[in-house]
Design a protein. Structure first.
Length: 457
């Protein structure tokens, strides 16, 4: 009863906000180790076994309380958090959670990443070389004495109202200067931050000494992800926690500020959507033919099929990137995008890609497919449970320390399991037939006993 009473004093902030049960061994003060827990448990024992209370029929006195073994939240790379998180998620429907998580993982991570920038730079280099050769031929024709050769005899590239490769450069430059400004209203974003070097995943930690089993299976992975998505804030889902606002994004990236965490998630989504859109263009004749027409207008003057083909794939890459930018804007506004789009779900126009620079321009909502949440689930699946657990502890400690009541709490001083040894003594109530060392035969003596209790959440 005494041990259970001690464990009933779990930190209420962690439970109400993150569904994690743990006792702060410092009890809000700068104390480390199990000493205070031992004293509290002993006090509970004494209260329950007080001989003078009139209710102690065993007539025993509590003497000592010792925590022989204990496990902290940070032990084994946050294995306790994984276990407690899985337990919290198990109150849901396990099979549905697993199937749903796996489907999201497949739809996000099953798309081939395309090296778009490399394709574009290579084709631009070939195209620029061809333009230099053209300029040299025109100069030679202008300077020679042959009346039959004129500069205008050498056909140049067609003039496009909107060069897709130039539009790509503008989008990429804008993205590099301010990732979030290209996909959402940056003024409405959180600007909260933390200091990484002070967080559990970056500092030397206190350690417990208790052995315990860890879950490693796919069930635990799926349930742990479900636990994280249900109990941690992310863009568009504010749970009103203290500390960082984009918590799931921090789990994924581990960056120091909310804008950096969100920008990292956006970059990863953009890469996935870029590859998916590249596939759509290649497999959709109506879209591929438009890309071919643009490439011929840009590079047809070279009369070189290899250069025209390279420019075509560069145009496709630029187009896929522009459409991906629109997709990200849609996702951040709460919409959904099909894993691989069809023609009816396509939004951008390859002849006018500069229109994508308009921050209010976003993709057509597909109505079904993956939303922002599902992309986050997919990215969480790529991280190990241990990495996610330690970053979850970063988030919890940062939130705790952002409050006045828990500003001194450290998660590597929070216990979730312990083996506690209690010792008692009592006066014999009847004459003993077996005299103890200090008791003469026929006199009342004193006896002692020990009780161990293992407790965990």
């Amino acid at each position: 009863m005494a041990v259970e009473s001690s464990f009933s004093e779990y930190n209420p902030y962690l439970w109400s906000n993150y569904k994690i049960l743990a006792v702060d061994l410092g009890y809000g003060e700068n104390m480390t180790g199990p000493g205070s827990l031992e004293q509290k448990t002993l006090d509970y024992c004494k209260y329950n076994s007080d001989v003078d209370s009139g209710f102690n029929f065993a007539r025993m006195t509590a003497e000592t309380s010792s925590v022989n073994k204990y496990a902290l939240l940070t032990d084994r790379d946050g294995a306790g958090v994984i276990g407690l998180g899985v337990k919290a998620a198990k109150y849901g429907m396990t099979s549905q959670i697993i199937d749903g998580i796996q489907n999201h993982i497949d739809s996000v991570n099953g798309i081939e990443k395309i090296p778009v920038e490399i394709k574009i730079e290579s084709s631009k280099s070939s195209l620029n070389n061809a333009k230099e050769e053209l300029a040299e031929k025109r100069r030679a024709a202008d300077e020679d004495d042959d009346p039959n050769t004129k500069p205008e005899d050498y056909q140049g590239p067609e003039k496009l109202e909107d060069d897709p490769l130039d539009a790509f450069d503008i989008l990429k430059e804008s993205f590099s200067k301010g990732v979030l400004a290209t996909v959402t209203n940056a003024e409405s974003l959180s600007d909260r931050s933390t200091q990484l070097e002070n967080l559990p995943s970056h500092r030397k930690l206190l350690k417990g000494n208790m052995d315990f089993e860890e879950g490693k299976g796919i069930v635990d992975k799926a349930l742990f992800i479900d636990y994280l998505m249900s109990n941690y804030s992310y863009f568009g889902n504010d749970l009103k926690h203290d500390g960082l606002k984009y918590e799931v994004e921090y789990l994924i990236s581990g960056k120091e500020t909310d804008p950096q965490c969100l920008a990292s998630a956006v970059e990863q989504i953009l890469l996935v959507r870029e590859g998916a859109n590249y596939t759509t263009i290649i497999k959709t004749p109506a879209l591929e033919s438009q890309a071919t027409a643009v490439a011929e207008a840009m590079a047809g003057f070279t009369m070189n099929p290899a250069i025209i083909e390279a420019v075509k794939y560069a145009v496709i890459g630029a187009w896929a990137y522009a459409e991906a930018t629109l997709d990200v804007r849609l996702l951040l506004s709460g919409g959904k995008v099909a894993p691989i789009k069809n023609l009816n779900q396509w939004t951008s126009d390859v002849w006018h890609l500069s229109n994508v620079c308009n921050i209010k321009f976003k993709a057509i909502d597909c109505g079904s497919g993956a939303g922002y949440k599902e992309y986050l689930i997919g990215f969480l699946a790529l991280r190990t449970n241990e990495k996610l657990a330690m970053r979850a502890l970063d988030i919890m400690e940062n939130a705790l320390n952002s409050t006045e009541d828990y500003k001194n709490v450290k998660v590597d001083n929070m216990i979730w399991a312990a083996d506690i040894e209690l010792t008692y003594s009592a006066e014999e109530m009847f004459l003993s037939l077996f005299a103890g060392n200090n008791t003469r035969k026929g006199e009342l003596g004193r006896y002692h006993f020990v009780r161990n209790k293992t407790m965990s959440y």
